[in-house]
Write a new protein. Structure first.
Lengths: 588, 286
């Protein structure tokens, strides 16, 4: 407890585990391609995730163009539209967001932030990336298979997803399911690594309650993912069997276009339970790392300790536990036993309490702070606005009866894009601007960064905030065209056009970011080791970028928490975690 | 000097933009022409819970973002400023937890009460079956015995598109409505029994507010009382393949007399079997 306020005596217990043996690369191939260094694996993960994310971005334009100008582009028909929706959703949720937060930031930051030399299982870590890459390639390849990718909707609900009338029946759905199975195999190898590294490889003095919230967020997300992904795994395997061998796990007796199918006795709702048993924790698997990262961005750039650190840790744990028992809120009108509605509404709204406490602590951190409006800080602020907005609309959809008129409308699309699309993506950008100097040794351009921020933040808000109102009006999602629908006025079509135009502008504006990202490699201002004057361990490496093994001859010893900013009496407005106690620092 | 001023005011702009985001969002809400359709059922309570949720969440959004904007303005970096050092304040955190919990309970309690009503159809509600197939709606209404006969998807064929069991005497007088147009009498509670023969569908009439999936292999339900005469579009709200947006039906809420007239013009299951015996009339959906 006093630990928090910088008390330092007896603060560095002896290491519990001996120093690990590192694998030393000898050739170009083992150093940069089949590399076992978590920092390189992190870049590989992030690069792949961003690349496939760009595919998803282009697919979102396909969706938006069709919705605003139905029939205007000959290439986009119903089939292509549903394929785009399916691939966009699956790519963004699994292959982009999960991969970049855990595989990307997890790999780069966990060892550096806890003072480890690397992940504890470097070989398995490397394997994790290559299996992920394979999964991504299999998914992307479905665009080139006969019949194209699956157009089953990203939730892949049977019976629709494996029937002949669905786009991508021949290969698309099989490749999608196979790819997901691969992804989960790859993720499990990485996830075990993240968890064990946090538990076993922390340096001397790095107690759990001294870890930066970034590590807490990624750690909790990795534990949850290890528990939740098996749900998706079995769902995918069984659906694959239903599709290829004609088993009936999820398929009841049905008649498709007058033809009796051979299925009997399966349950479509069982698939939904399995899917969302994974799918809801998945939201927090993305959100918790973002929560952690944003806490650190706010603290560093406001020059103030994160407010209520212990509450923040317990809130992460509470959210992690609760998020395993809320999945049914995706199924209020699915035809499951309606009594479930009571249970899942209570758990879902209960999760709002720890989440709200996190939000309060972020904004209270700004109180009496010394706020620097750097690009990472702006993105963190953008996250706060979009997350609060998207989190609050979750109170509509989580409260079972309020969900009834809004479910399956554009309100849902607007809600989840705001809360788990825009908000985490803003954190990803903020995190890249923040840690880029450590990764490359150079700063990204601040002016370009700010232009990028304002276009992205205000643009994304202007896309998704108004979209809620189309949902309130009752416009259903998953309609590739609205056609003549009496209750939808012309003005709604106008709003659709405006959303599409803004989406195109925001999408193309990302070129500013990519230009900045690559140009700064050569032309960026040299950053030095700790340009933001941050206290956490990753900024205290002897070399920047950190070398193989991270810490030179001696791993660091940690004396205090990661948030010693503006400590009264200290000469600077931050004290690195590994700086030996200053005389008179602690006053208890 | 001027440069510093420009930089300084640029930083103050961040706070201003955040205030404008709040003001713009509120303005959008109150000026927006896109509002819920005029309600045509008994589910006014659902609209009330939506409104309650709006007021509570809006208060939260405005308070958090304005507080943030104030901090951004007041505590922006200026030469000589140093942040305060306050790791935690358990009293404040406890208070915030309590206030939030109260807010959540205020939302949840009425929500659960209305949900209780939503899933409990009143005794004696008229049972009407809606059947979804790619991509149209059919309906079945009970005949004089006021009961629907058994059905099974495995009995579906060209002459029996809904799979009504010919061996169940209760089903013989069931009225089969295959043209996608359902009439209901004003002011009478209706329990819609929902059945799909192929994939997931969802019975969705925006003006009624109620909504429920049709799932092959089971019978789901929803209930409502039509309160306004009129013609309403029935949409499918669960993705059901490339024809999904075209899966439309019509719900017509009638005065009692008009309803009775429509009802008497419908064919019973028995009649439809007879008339189909000779010809090759196919009722499948190709």
């Amino acid at each position: 407890m006093t630990d928090l306020t910088g008390r330092t005596e007896d603060a560095a217990p002896p290491a519990e585990v001996p120093e690990m043996e590192l694998f030393h690369a000898h050739s170009f191939l083992t150093k940069y391609v089949f590399c076992q260094d978590a920092k390189v694996i992190a870049i590989q993960y992030a690069g792949t995730a961003i690349a496939i994310g760009l595919v998803a971005l282009v697919l979102s334009w396909v969706i938006r163009i069709q919705l605003a100008f139905p029939g205007a582009v000959a290439l986009i028909d119903a089939k292509a539209y549903y394929q785009a929706v399916t691939m966009h959703g699956m790519i963004m949720v699994v292959y982009m967001l999960t991969a970049i937060f855990l595989g990307g930031f997890g790999n780069y930051l966990i060892p550096l932030m806890v003072g480890a030399r690397d992940m504890v299982f470097p070989f398995v870590n490397m394997l994790s990336y290559w299996v992920y890459l394979l999964a991504t390639l299999v998914l992307a390849a479905s665009y080139f298979a006969p019949g194209g990718p699956s157009g089953a909707g990203w939730t892949l609900y049977p019976p629709q997803s494996i029937l002949t009338g669905t786009p991508g029946y021949d290969y698309g759905i099989v490749m999608m399911l196979a790819s997901l199975v691969l992804f989960i195999v790859g993720f499990t190898m990485g996830g075990l690594n993240y968890v064990v590294t946090v538990l076993q490889a922390r340096t001397r003095g790095m107690t759990l309650m001294r870890m930066p919230l970034t590590v807490w967020g990624i750690f909790a997300a990795a534990v949850m993912a290890l528990l939740a992904f098996p749900g998706l795994f079995v769902a995918c395997v069984m659906l694959l069997l239903d599709r290829t061998l004609g088993t009936s796990f999820f398929m009841p007796a049905i008649v498709e276009f007058g033809e009796h199918k051979a299925y009997v006795g399966g349950s479509p709702i069982l698939f939904q339970h399995l899917f969302w048993f994974f799918g809801h924790p998945e939201v927090y698997i993305v959100a918790l790392p973002a929560f952690g990262i944003v806490s650190d961005l706010i603290s560093v750039h406001a020059r103030k300790n994160i407010f209520g650190y212990r509450m923040m840790v317990w809130a992460i744990i509470a959210i992690g536990v609760l998020s395993m028992v809320v999945w049914g809120h995706h199924m209020y009108v699915s035809g499951m036993d309606p009594l479930f509605g009571f249970f899942f509404a209570v758990t879902t709204l209960a999760i709002a309490v720890p989440t709200a406490l996190k939000v309060y602590n972020w904004v209270i951190t700004l109180w009496r702070a010394d706020i620097r409006f750097t690009t990472p800080m702006l993105f963190a602020l953008g996250f706060l606005v979009t997350f609060v907005n998207g989190g609050l609309t979750g109170l509509y959809l989580g409260n079972v009866i309020v969900d009834v008129p809004l479910s399956k409308t554009l309100f849902v699309v607007a809600h989840f894009h705001m809360v788990m699309g825009i908000a985490p993506v803003l954190v990803i950008f903020g995190a890249i601007y923040h840690w880029y100097p450590k990764i490359t040794g150079r700063m990204m351009d601040e002016t370009l960064g700010k232009v990028h921020f304002w276009i992205t933040f205000l643009g994304a808000y202007a896309i998704f905030f108004p979209m809620h109102y189309l949902g309130v009006l009752g416009v259903p999602r998953r309609f590739y065209e609205l056609g003549e629908t009496a209750f939808i006025p012309d003005s709604a079509h106008l709003l659709n056009v405006s959303i599409t135009v803004i989406a195109l502008v925001v999408g193309f504006a990302q070129a500013i970011f990519f230009y900045n990202l690559f140009a700064s490699l050569k032309r960026g201002k040299p950053a030095g080791g700790n340009p933001w004057r941050a206290a956490s361990l990753e900024w205290q490496t002897p070399e920047t970028p950190p070398g193989h093994g991270n810490w030179g001859d001696e791993p660091p010893i940690v004396y205090r928490w990661a948030y010693a900013y503006s400590v009264p009496g200290a000469p600077e407005d931050y004290i690195p975690q590994n700086e030996p106690p200053i005389r008179g620092e602690h006053s208890s | 000097m001027t440069l510093m001023l420009v930089a300084g005011s640029a930083e103050m702009l961040v706070a201003l933009v955040m205030v404008l985001v709040v003001a713009g969002s509120l303005a959008f809400h109150f000026l927006s022409p896109w509002r819920a359709t005029p309600i045509a059922s008994n589910w006014g309570f659902i609209d009330d819970t939506v409104a309650l949720t709006f007021w509570i969440t809006t208060a939260g959004f405005v308070a958090v973002v304005l507080f943030m904007a104030y901090c951004l303005y007041r505590f922006r970096h200026q030469p000589g400023r140093r942040a305060a050092y306050e790791p935690e304040n358990q009293k404040l955190e406890a208070w915030l937890a309590i206030v939030t919990t109260i807010g959540v309970v205020l939302l949840l309690a009425p929500g659960l009460l209305v949900w209780g009503q939503y899933i409990t159809a009143p005794e004696g509600a008229m049972e009407v079956e809606a059947v979804g197939v790619q991509w149209n709606w059919s309906f079945r209404l009970p005949g004089a015995d006021k009961t629907l006969g058994a059905s099974d998807v495995r009995l579906v064929d060209g002459a029996n598109p809904l799979g009504v069991s010919p061996s169940d005497p209760r089903g013989r007088d069931d009225l089969i409505v295959a043209d996608g147009e359902l009439h209901l009498p004003l002011g009478k509670p209706v329990k819609m029994l929902l059945r799909s023969l192929d994939v997931l569908h969802d019975f969705y009439v925006p003006q009624i507010r109620a909504k429920m999936d049709l799932v092959p292999g089971l019978v789901s339900y929803l209930w409502f009382t039509p309160t306004k005469i009129g013609r309403y579009e029935i949409l499918c709200a669960a993705y059901c393949g490339v024809g999904h947006p075209q899966m439309r039906g019509t719900l017509i809420v009638d005065e009692e007399a008009d309803y009775a007239k429509w009802l008497s013009a419908q064919q019973s299951f028995k009649q439809s079997r007879k008339s189909d015996k000779g010809g090759e009339k196919s009722a499948s959906n190709e």
